[in-house]
Design a protein around this ligand. Structure first.
Ligand SMILES: Nc1ncnc2c1ncn2[C@@H]1O[C@H](COP(=O)(O)OP(=O)(O)OP(=O)(O)O)[C@@H](O)[C@H]1O
Length: 242
């Protein structure tokens, strides 16, 4: 069987110390396949962002195990975590673009930070990916002159420019109207399929759930159900069988 992109076993997480300690994640067990698009839903405070940040190597694993492409995150050195993070693209609700850089410079900088590639190659790669997200005519625009949906598309381009194996997205459509939100997730779905990239997305946005292969629900720090047959998965299975 193909190695899963993510394998999470007996994961627990706590905030605070002593009598103030509070358990936020309880015995999470989960496998996510390569190229799978998984959406995590759940009420505010149920632990979604904590889980995402642990998967992304942005927090230390306290108890249990997370394997990303067979590599253990628990107890990993900073050097190893930095290397693993380079294979992950992050997209957050606030796109965190740098206002003094153009669309193209924002993406190019990500390409240059993560790779030992020439400035020329980084420029060309950032132009190509911005064209792919439909912003070929906005390369030299500053974020303040672009719409929310366009800024989020730059954030997607930035997350995907290094062809990561995994994209983690936390509420990427929260600040968008429904049309732009839908366009943004469909674009992620499309690009990720092209690059065989796994996506784990946290969202409260019920209008976009159908793009996922699997929807995972969290409740009070636990996975409460694991629905594996979404319409997107059924149609992908159908396409691969025909
Ligand atoms: N840095 C922190 N220190 C202490 N407690 C925290 C910290 N971050 C989160 N928590 C608590 O852990 C629990 C889970 O938070 P988390 O942000 O993971 O939930 P969430 O499901 O992503 O919520 P939301 O949908 O509101 O973003 C909450 O009770 C929260 O108050």
């Amino acid at each position: 069987m193909q190695q899963p992109a993510l394998k999470i076993q007996s994961l627990n997480h706590y905030y605070g110390k002593g009598v103030l300690q509070k358990q936020t994640l309880l015995d999470i067990n989960l496998e996510i396949g390569a190229g799978e698009f998984v959406i995590i839903t759940g009420q505010s405070g149920s632990g979604k962002t904590t889980l995402l940040s642990l998967i992304g190597g942005l927090r230390s694993v306290q108890s249990g195990s997370i394997q990303f492409l067979g590599q253990e995150l628990s107890g990993a050195s900073q050097q190893k975590l930095t290397k693993l993070r380079r294979q992950i693209g992050y997209i957050f609700q606030s796109h965190n673009l740098l206002g003094f850089l153009t669309a193209q410079q924002n993406v190019q900088m990500a390409a240059q930070v993560n790779n030992n590639i020439s400035m020329q190659a980084a420029r060309s790669r950032s132009q190509t990916i911005l064209q792919a997200v439909g912003l070929g005519d906005r390369l030299n625009y500053y974020p303040e002159n672009l719409s929310g949906g366009q800024k989020q598309r730059i954030a997607i381009a930035r997350a995907l420019v290094n062809q990561p194996k995994l994209v983690l997205a936390d509420e990427p459509t929260a600040s968008l109207d429904s049309t732009s939100g839908r366009a943004v997730v469909e674009l992620m779905q499309h690009l990720a399929q092209e690059q065989m990239c796994t996506i784990v997305m946290v969202t409260h946005d019920n209008r976009i759930l159908d793009v996922a292969d699997r929807i995972i629900h969290m409740e009070d720090g636990r996975l409460s159900y694991n629905n594996s047959l979404t319409p997107a998965r059924l149609s992908r299975q159908f396409e691969s069988n025909t």
